[in-house]
Design a protein. Structure first.
Length: 588
């Protein structure tokens, strides 16, 4: 979700802040008005929290999470809906069908079919004033002087190493000095402060480890925003000093609008290796010159080149390397039309230790929006494993399996059996009783569709028996499908070849001959490594009141490359639901 651009105030104490250098010579008249800088008057700073905005090194805030379906096994009829083949979605919440329940305002959502993978695009905006646990801090209370003398520095909120700067002016707008600070590191200022004196202060930061420059003209201080890749934080106030400690509370505000680009590869059942991305149109992001005295921009100009994102971070701990985020920034408040992102290089890690590379992909979010400074927009590119269309149905390229480590349903990354699932059936995760929530031998059968549990939730479903029949008929009449006799450690498979190239290597839909798991036992039958073998695949079809469900059987016989034909694929068979069979999903 997108978060507000107002920081909640969390104390960061600057101790040992006795300001001991010599100030610019003052007139006798001013010396009479001020008490001398004898070291008894010090400044203490509390700076703002950064955890609720998710950029520039702070903790990312996850975009609206998918709502996982919950199965009600005790009372299926009260929460079920009918889907193809009569199968129930049992307890699948409306928000999990294709979209997600969000706290943000969705501006645009679209799904596109691509070569290599499909995408769901969405653009959303954080509602103003939203914060997980907001804390109201008034300007008056932030400027009251404190009492305790500081003597050490502790970084409690801003990430260690982030840089910020504070400019100090007297009440006549004469420049007094600058504090160049690094979060987590102590410093020694180079000027004193006087008792009974009013000071003006201006604080700003990129919220990164980049040093914040001192304005060239301190009489009229300005700061120019970086070219679309860094935040700009700002706060200002006044303080009249008293003897002892004087506390300045800095509660930073964002002075740019942020566009978070989220790349979500969970639907590809892979982790992200590397990304090279930029905005597709250079001029839709703008830089600006911020007047530090007024807190307003003197001018903004369109960026002359596309902004390349290099600082990618994990969106959340729970999603790890499967979901990455990086941020664009703009000082502009003019309408952006057809905001686009370009992935020039996108590499994912596969489950066999290899990688797969996708290049030159561009995506456009056609919903126009006008940036509000201090707000964030999130452009999400959710990647989905592509399907292969055969006989009117879009088939998954590989089998569904259950991974207990994350209690999730995935597809294998490779169509052949490099995983040796038949050697350790209990841990294979690839054999399911009909409608069982897990792959356990004794898992309870039910009239439900577990393909809907593969990410993104509600994108896939079980095929109907009629779709399996249509597949077998196409294999018999179209082209020259082939059967591959694979390595000795592999299972043989029947593969239907699709014309054209693919990032997946062989562009085919392959049905492995992995046999089936016996009833109530982790024993595989109808399987052979180097001889005739069979594969068994559940459909969504069943007879109401029966303990049987319909399935498709693929027999791989002989040794010739083209022996896989309609006689090898038999659909609309019936078997007890307690047999463990493989599952090949289709797209909804």
């Amino acid at each position: 979700m997108i978060s507000t651009f107002k920081f909640r105030c969390v104390s960061l104490f600057f101790y040992s802040l006795t300001l001991s250098a010599v100030l610019i010579a003052c007139s006798k008249e001013r010396e009479q008005e001020q008490l001398p800088a004898d070291g008894s008057t010090v400044l203490e700073f509390n700076t703002g929290n950064v955890t609720d905005i998710g950029d520039g090194g702070s903790t990312p805030v996850e975009t609206a999470p998918e709502t996982p379906p919950e199965f009600d096994q005790q009372n299926q009829t009260s929460t079920s809906r009918t889907m193809p083949g009569g199968l129930s979605t049992v307890g699948l919440s409306d928000g999990a069908q294709r979209s997600t329940q969000t706290k943000d305002s969705v501006l645009f959502r679209e799904e596109k079919e691509e070569a290599g993978y499909d995408v769901q695009l969405s653009l959303s905006k954080e509602p103003l004033g939203y914060a997980p646990t907001p804390k109201v801090i008034t300007k008056t209370s932030r400027q009251k002087a404190g009492n305790a003398r500081a003597n050490s520095f502790v970084a409690a909120a801003m990430p260690n190493g982030n840089r910020y700067r504070v400019l100090i002016y007297d009440n006549s707008d004469n420049y007094v000095g600058s504090i160049d600070a690094t979060s987590g590191t102590g410093f020694t200022p180079g000027f004193p402060v006087f008792q009974n004196t009013t000071y003006k202060w201006y604080a700003y930061s990129y919220n990164t480890t980049t040093q914040v420059p001192l304005p060239e003209n301190t009489a009229n201080p300005t700061i120019t925003t970086p070219a679309g890749i860094s935040a700009l934080l700002y706060d200002s106030g006044t303080l009249t000093t008293v003897a002892g400690s004087n506390r300045i509370n800095i509660t930073f505000e964002h002075k740019l609008a942020s566009i978070a680009l989220v790349l979500d590869a969970r639907g590809m059942f892979a982790t992200i290796n590397s990304i090279t991305a930029s905005n597709a149109t250079a001029g839709n992001l703008r830089g600006g010159t911020l007047n530090l005295r007024t807190g307003q921009y003197d001018n903004t100009t369109p960026n002359g080149a596309a902004t390349t994102l290099s600082n990618w971070t994990n969106l959340a701990t729970a999603t790890g390397d499967s979901v990455k985020v990086a941020y664009f920034y703009t000082a502009g408040t003019t309408e952006i039309q057809n905001f686009g992102v370009a992935l020039s290089n996108f590499v994912v890690n596969l489950d066999d230790g290899t990688t797969r590379t996708f290049t030159n992909r561009s995506y456009t979010f056609p919903q126009s929006f006008t940036p509000d400074l201090g707000n964030r927009y999130t452009a999400t590119v959710r990647l989905i494993e592509s399907a292969i269309t055969v006989a009117g149905a879009r088939w998954a390229r590989t089998n569904l399996y259950y991974r207990a480590a994350d209690q999730g349903y995935r597809f294998r990354n490779k169509p052949n059996n490099i995983y040796n699932t038949t050697t350790n059936v209990a841990a294979a995760g690839e054999y399911f009783n009909f409608g069982a929530v897990t792959n356990a031998t004794g898992a309870t059968t039910a009239q439900r569709d577990i393909c809907r549990l593969a990410r993104p939730y509600g994108t896939w479903r079980l095929p109907t028996s009629a779709e399996q029949i249509a597949l077998s008929q196409v294999i018999a009449t179209t082209g020259s499908p082939r059967r591959v006799f694979a390595q000795q450690s592999d299972a043989r498979y029947g593969g239907y070849i699709i014309t054209g190239s693919s990032e997946y290597g062989q562009n085919l839909i392959a049905f492995l001959g992995l046999g089936r798991r016996a009833q109530n036992a982790n024993t595989i039958t109808n399987y052979a490594q180097s001889a005739n073998t069979s594969g068994f695949f559940w459909s969504s079809s069943f007879t109401t009141g029966s303990t049987n469900a319909r399935y498709m059987r693929v027999d791989i016989n002989g040794t010739s490359a083209n022996s896989f034909s309609t006689s090898n694929v038999t659909a609309d068979l019936s078997e007890n639901m307690t047999f463990g069979m493989n599952i090949r999903c289709v797209r909804i």
